[in-house]
Design a protein around this ligand. Structure first.
Ligand SMILES: O=C(O)C(=O)C[C@]1(C(=O)O)C=C[C@@H](O)C=C1
Length: 264
């Protein structure tokens, strides 16, 4: 019998669920699995660099890279199916997305309304393609552009969802200690807010855990006892670096942005 698993979403499932820091941290832990698996999938392909060049494709009526074309088109289909009605989801190309065609699901929204204006996806796009991806995958071109772009999008969506959960973390931290947060919010002190919401010991645990997950999920599984010792599908220390340099700093950036708008 399957036991109930930690919920992957930060948004409560029903209006009666209360937001707690422990609950959100459990969701962030579960999302680590999705992120590590998506990176393992992307690493099956080489860089396939042509996909990212602006002038490589000549798609009628479209100007941009092939990966941008695929992401825009996929987001448009997913928008029609209601993906962005969920307050946890943020599109990479929010301009002119089609309206949902399906019956709307009523997502409880526990966030302050200004939270909806925070979208860090341009920064996520930039670090993912320009800094992180070349470290994750081998050089080369195997021509599997559509499949590679689909796996890039899976990574981007998993990272974006996790980073934007910063809105929920900030909401719960504010509700737990409004007196501590109100003064720096009123005087718009970013550095004070950043210090208040940072827990270094938690960050150290996150880095260690994601590195371990990359080892466990990315090992070669064989039927003898060796299990491909020491050979991993992605470099475990790179996953820890991903969290250290980009995922956690951007989550905190989302938290600060959210708090700065919290009393509007
Ligand atoms: O768990 C928290 O309190 C968070 O704010 C999340 C998070 C993270 O991104 O994992 C970010 C900041 C804290 O320093 C610790 C962890």
């Amino acid at each position: 019998m399957l036991e109930a698993m930690a919920d992957v979403s930060c948004n409560p499932n029903s209006a009666s669920d209360t937001l707690t820091l422990d609950g959100i941290r459990d969701s962030l832990i579960r999302q680590e699995d999705s992120i590590v698996f998506s990176l393992i999938e992307r690493a099956r392909f080489p860089l396939n660099g042509k996909m990212y060049h602006h002038n490589y494709t000549s798609i009628p009526g479209f100007s941009g890279s092939l990966v941008e074309f695929i992401v825009r088109e996929t987001e448009a289909i997913q928008a029609k199916a209601g993906r962005y009605e969920n307050p946890e989801e943020n599109p990479f190309f929010p301009e002119s997305l089609p309206r949902p065609l399906v019956h709307p699901h009523k997502y409880p929204n526990v966030l302050h309304p200004s939270g909806a204006s925070i979208n860090m996806n341009k920064v996520i796009w930039d670090f993912y393609f320009n800094k992180f991806l070349p470290l994750l995958v081998a050089d080369g071109d195997d021509g599997n552009y559509a499949a590679t772009a689909a796996s890039d999008l899976a990574c981007l969506q998993a990272l974006s969802r996790r980073i934007h959960c910063g809105k929920y973390v900030a909401e719960v931290k504010f509700k737990d200690a409004p007196n501590e947060y109100e003064t720096p919010i009123r005087s718009q002190e970013r550095d004070t807010l950043m210090k208040l919401l940072t827990f270094e010991a938690v960050e150290e645990m996150v880095k260690k855990r994601v590195e371990k997950k990359a080892m466990v999920f990315g090992q070669e599984v064989t039927l003898n006892d060796t299990n491909g010792e020491g050979k991993y599908k992605i470099d475990p220390s790179l996953v820890s670096r991903l969290y250290d340099e980009w995922v956690m700093p951007l989550t905190k950036e989302v938290e600060v942005e959210y708090l700065l708008l919290r009393l509007e």
